[in-house]
Design a protein around this ligand. Structure first.
Ligand SMILES: Nc1ncnc2c1ncn2[C@@H]1O[C@H](COP(=O)(O)OP(=O)(O)OP(=O)(O)O)[C@@H](O)[C@H]1O
Ligand SMILES: [Mg+2]
Length: 313
């Protein structure tokens, strides 16, 4: 959030549109928006899901430090180019949303950041991804250590067939952590807003939880090793609106400690939870990247406005 902005300033952002706003799981807020606008103009409610700030709500201060910088990133799968010259500064403790139509390279971009693309044989990366003063593609960077610093949460909740405790402790064990594992598990589950629901059943299987709980478990697993960055690829698209809203609340809290980069197809979600939004369009090009307010209120590019207002994509 801009330091000069009050929480109320962020509560409503106006998007002119004569089309529908693309969405997946956010029927309710769009219905409200349609009511508020008399049908001619959409209001996108971009307040965080805990929309009425209470006295305890911390207002995050926006950082000017970059967490990750990509320079001239080109990514290919065989002969197919999936990202084309993407240069982008991602700021610490921001929630950065990546939006754009299917196939424009959002997941590729996320996976390039923590070298998950290394696992895809045909994938080739050109350009730099700077993180912690180094290019993550330098020969002396250990991808496993990198992924501890840059954790990832996927679209479908994917707990291991292990106990809740072991799911969360997984990264710590790989890392050979010899401190108080239970304390770290508790801290991660609390940060993932799941502790109260599971504290009496830490030995039961992670697979016995509901979908929304499983996704929060996966978030706890990603943050237990205390990463600096959390990548999320459509983390709520497989969840019902209530579970999705819990994750949205959580993302805002997570950004106090971590840098969060989230891919979403849900425009309202991007508008509500992110500080900056990057719009990718076909061909794997980053077309516009700016404060979320600017992208949703007054984008520079007509193509971006057309995408946001549902004219294509
Ligand atoms: N493992 C792979 N092997 C070959 N091509 C791939 C692979 N993964 C992605 N691609 C191709 O790279 C391009 C970008 O795909 P990517 O999955 O990054 O898009 P996306 O923006 O995340 O799409 P979606 O919104 O549908 O998830 C697409 O043309 C896709 O077919
Ligand atoms: Mg994707």
């Amino acid at each position: 959030m801009n330091p000069t902005e009050t929480p109320t300033d962020r509560t409503m952002k106006r998007v002119e549109t004569d089309g529908g706003v693309p969405m997946e799981d956010d029927q309710e807020s769009t219905a409200d928006a349609a009511k508020a606008d008399g049908g001619t103009e959409k209001l996108v409610d971009v307040s965080p899901s805990h929309s009425v700030p209470d006295d305890d709500d911390d207002v995050r201060t926006r950082s000017t430090e970059t967490a990750i910088t990509t320079r001239d990133l080109n990514v290919y799968y065989g002969d197919e180019q999936a990202l084309d010259g993407v240069s982008m500064d991602i700021y610490e403790h921001d929630v950065t949303a990546l939006i754009g139509p299917s196939g424009c390279g959002k997941s590729t971009f996320l996976r390039t950041i923590n070298r998950m693309n290394d696992m895809i044989d045909v994938c080739r990366v050109e350009g730099d991804v700077e993180f912690g003063g180094k290019n993550v593609y330098d020969d002396d960077v250990d991808p496993v250590a990198l992924r501890r610093k840059i954790g990832m949460v996927f679209q479908a909740p994917n707990p291991f067939p292990k106990s809740i405790r072991d799911n969360v402790a997984y990264g710590l064990k790989i890392q050979g952590y010899d401190g108080d594992v239970d304390a770290r598990v508790e801290k991660a589950l609390k940060s993932a807003a799941l502790w109260d629901e599971v504290k009496d059943q830490l030995d039961s299987s992670g697979l016995d939880l509901s979908g929304g709980q499983q996704q929060r478990l996966c978030i706890a697993r990603a943050i237990a090793p205390d990463p600096e960055v959390v990548l999320m690829d459509e983390p709520t698209s497989a969840l019902d609106p209530v579970a999705a809203s819990k994750i949205e609340d959580l993302i805002d809290d997570l950004a106090e400690e971590y840098t969060v980069i989230i891919v979403t197809h849900n425009m309202q979600q991007a508008a509500r939870i992110s500080d900056r939004t990057a719009v990718f369009l076909t061909g794997g090009r980053l077309v516009e990247y700016d404060d979320t307010t600017k992208i949703f209120e007054d984008p520079e590019e007509q193509r971006v406005e057309d995408y946001i207002t549902g004219k294509f994509g």
